[in-house]
Ligand binder design. Structure first.
Ligand SMILES: Nc1ncnc2c1ncn2[C@@H]1O[C@H](COP(=O)(O)OP(=O)(O)OP(=O)(O)O)[C@@H](O)[C@H]1O
Length: 253
């Protein structure tokens, strides 16, 4: 399939055949090891939108992404997803975390084939995705033999082997040289032009035109995470439907 947004059908530009996807977060709070990490976080994103999440080390940027990915439970708040049909939020997103999640004994191609099989909605073939991130020469090399920047690029190639309309990117430029950063910026531009949503946690400026900003600050002394985490329920919610509260899925490891 072509990666050129101009060749993408209108339904695909909205992230699928259904209605446009919207994601909103209201009054989100998180505790880790009993300590309140953040409280009162909120934002609303639609097709083509981007959110830059900033904050000092330990502010909770990765924690926010992990909650959205369904890996951590929020202490309070609501996450509303509409336009996803029967799909859950974790089923509609890619999460490129600090750890690359690659199997070191497998080749780059095998890692991407595995990811495509796991994620479904196949898009680029593994070889084509590796070509796109500038790594056609390492397709059959075990990931253990790759440099940090090459491994990061293989991880980023996962964005291309399966279609997911929401990208969660944690320090996406980490270990990338200048040319690879430009490649990533182009992928992000194409994704947004095709109606995708990007949430990026970063310490460095990223060229995401018109992006919203969310600066996570330390919670005020005495602030509370009100309410209990609800059971996960990722139905097709309407934004602002406050009667249907949700939080993440699992407790802190
Ligand atoms: N596995 C864990 N168990 C308990 N607490 C954790 C765990 N991992 C992180 N934390 C705590 O959660 C808080 C938020 O951490 P997080 O990694 O989300 O911060 P961050 O803003 O992404 O930081 P950085 O800029 O350093 O990447 C920190 O206080 C950290 O100590």
């Amino acid at each position: 399939m072509s990666g050129d947004p101009a060749n993408t059908p209108a339904a695909d530009r909205r992230g699928g055949a259904g209605p446009a996807l919207h994601l909103s977060v209201h009054d989100l709070a998180c505790r880790r090891s009993g300590r309140l990490v953040f409280a009162g976080l909120g934002f609303a994103l639609g097709p083509g939108d981007a959110l830059l999440v900033t904050g000092r080390n330990g502010a909770g940027k990765s924690t926010l992404l992990a909650i959205l990915a369904g890996r951590l439970r929020a202490a309070a708040g609501r996450i509303a997803l509409s336009g996803a049909g029967e799909a859950t939020l974790p089923e509609r997103l890619h999460w490129i975390a600090h750890r690359d999640g690659l199997k070191t004994a497998l080749s780059a191609r095998e890692n991407l084939a595995f990811a495509a099989a796991m994620l479904g909605e196949e898009r680029f073939a593994p070889h084509d995705a590796l070509e796109r991130v500038g790594l056609p020469h390492v397709v059959d090399m075990p990931v253990a033999y790759l440099s940090a920047g090459q491994r990061r690029r293989v991880a980023l190639a996962r964005l291309l082997v399966a279609h997911r309309p929401i990208w969660l990117l944690d320090e996406p430029t980490s270990a990338l040289d200048a040319a690879s950063q430009e490649m990533l910026y182009e992928l992000m531009r194409e994704h947004r032009a095709a109606g995708g949503i990007i949430i990026a946690a970063t310490h460095l400026p990223l060229p995401l035109d018109g992006a919203q900003s969310l600066a996570i600050a330390a919670p005020q002394p005495g602030s509370q995470a009100q309410g209990a985490a609800a059971a996960p329920d990722w139905d097709d919610w309407e934004i602002g439907d406050v009667s249907r509260a949700s939080a993440g899925r699992r407790g802190d490891p």
